[in-house]
Design a protein around this ligand. Structure first.
Ligand SMILES: Cc1cc2nc3c(=O)[nH]c(=O)nc-3n(C[C@H](O)[C@H](O)[C@H](O)COP(=O)(O)OP(=O)(O)OC[C@H]3O[C@@H](n4cnc5c(N)ncnc54)[C@H](O)[C@@H]3O)c2cc1C
Length: 383
């Protein structure tokens, strides 16, 4: 592993910093998905027009074809500049698009990738079902082949941004009678298709960012299958690899900045004199540094092997659990002011409430521990 950046990379960092300094919107991103959609689309378009979307995506599809290290530098500077969360563009940019780059046909890539980067097409992820969250192999939503179409029936749940999405990465069972990992397909579903009903779900934070989606004889062209009919498990694993891989770098930089801000706040309000608080803050500062080192190691591995390995689960787990402790500390330092909050009025309170989801979404903490135990430590299977 080589630690340190080349002069070209350092120059690139300066360019990122300058552009972000001049262009990060002063206006706050609205919290609710419906209120935020115009903001998210406009910000993504601004990033695209200035050449900051898809930094390591192929040039043919609207990206810049730069290295993963440059993508990482961008994400670090992005977090440091307090630039807004990409919100509704998260699925398309962070894992839908990368899955297409790795598995889709030229036609699928040519149509969808530029639209994702420009913020013109919002994507959502239809993996989880009421009976299949951690256990993706338990998927029951079916797609019956009829001529050159799939006829889809069933339901998905916890679908972030479903009610504002145009397209969905949808995993369904396309082989009648198949079970577990076999007979699944990863398909591109048009969210405006007849037969789709979306029922928004309210979260603990008061927002309606996700929904349950029902499919009643929804027709999807066979041309929308990605990676071949029946290969859905393999394509889904590639999606999860991207979701759990480098997507968390921005969160880490945000964590590092937050810890320093919390130390400043604790000094200012005198709470640093409480030994427990001082110890916790010192511990967090050390863990943020450890996490950074692990991430750089993981990126070196991605460069060497071409894809994120099971080590991503260590980073994913550590980032989400550390993030929750940082968010808890932020509300602790607010003291009794926390009791007075109104939903969404205070970033610290909103982040604290949202933080509960961090150890569930994209694979629970227990599942990450299973992966670490089995695939990194070589322990026997838990079941
Ligand atoms: C904010 C948020 C956004 C989300 N967005 C999306 C989205 O856009 N698209 C999407 O498809 N899904 C989404 N999800 C769903 C998420 O991926 C699932 O909630 C997650 O995979 C867990 O599945 P589950 O909720 O069915 O819990 P279950 O799988 O029922 O798990 C319940 C508990 O049992 C534990 N458990 C289960 N199996 C094992 C095992 N083998 N070993 C040890 N412990 C185990 C789990 O860790 C958990 O604690 C989102 C979730 C959240 C919270």
């Amino acid at each position: 592993m080589e630690i340190g950046f080349s002069s070209e990379e350092r120059q690139f960092r300066e360019q990122c910093r300058d552009w972000l300094h001049a262009n990060v919107p002063a206006e706050r991103r609205p919290m609710d998905a419906i209120d935020a959609i115009d903001f998210d689309k406009a910000w993504q378009r601004t990033l695209f027009d200035a050449g900051w979307a898809g930094i390591n995506w192929p040039v043919d599809y609207g990206g810049r074809g730069l290295s993963i290290v440059q993508q990482v530098i961008w994400l670090e500077e992005y977090a440091r500049a307090h630039a807004p969360w990409i919100g509704a563009n998260f699925v398309g940019v962070n894992h839908g698009g990368p899955t297409l780059i790795a598995n889709a046909t030229d036609e699928q890539k040519a149509y969808h990738l530029p639209r994702i980067l420009k913020g013109e097409a919002i994507w959502c992820q239809g993996f989880s079902e009421p009976g299949a969250g951690s256990d993706l192999a338990g998927i029951r939503t079916t797609g019956r082949v009829e001529g050159d179409e799939l006829v889809v029936n069933g339901s998905k749940i916890w679908t972030s941004f479903a009610h504002v999405a145009d397209w969905q990465e949808l995993v369904i069972r396309t082989e009648p009678g198949s079970s577990r990992h076999k007979g699944l397909s990863w398909v591109i579903c048009d969210m405006h298709s007849p037969g789709i009903t979306i029922r928004p779900i309210r979260k603990i934070s008061g927002q309606t960012e996700f929904a349950q989606v029902f499919y009643d004889d929804v027709r999807i062209p066979l041309a929308n299958v990605v990676g071949g009919l029946g290969n859905g498990w393999r394509v889904s694993m590639s999606t999860l690899g991207f979701e759990r891989g480098t997507g968390f770098i921005a969160d880490q930089v945000k964590n590092a900045i937050e810890v320093e801000e919390l130390i400043g706040r604790a000094r200012a309000n005198g709470m640093i004199r409480d030994d427990r608080i001082a110890d916790d803050l010192a511990q967090m500062r050390a863990e943020v540094a450890a996490l950074r080192a692990m991430t750089y190691r993981n990126i070196s591995e991605v460069i060497r092997t071409g894809q994120p390995g099971p080590e991503s689960s260590v980073i994913r787990l550590f980032t989400s659990e550390l993030g929750q402790r940082i968010e808890r500390m932020a509300v602790t330092l607010m003291g009794e002011a926390m009791i007075d909050f109104a939903y969404g009025d205070d970033d610290a309170v909103a982040d604290y409430l949202r933080g509960f989801a961090a150890t569930i979404a994209g694979g629970t903490a227990q599942i990450q521990r299973d992966i670490i135990g089995e695939r990194l430590l070589g322990l026997p299977k838990s079941r």
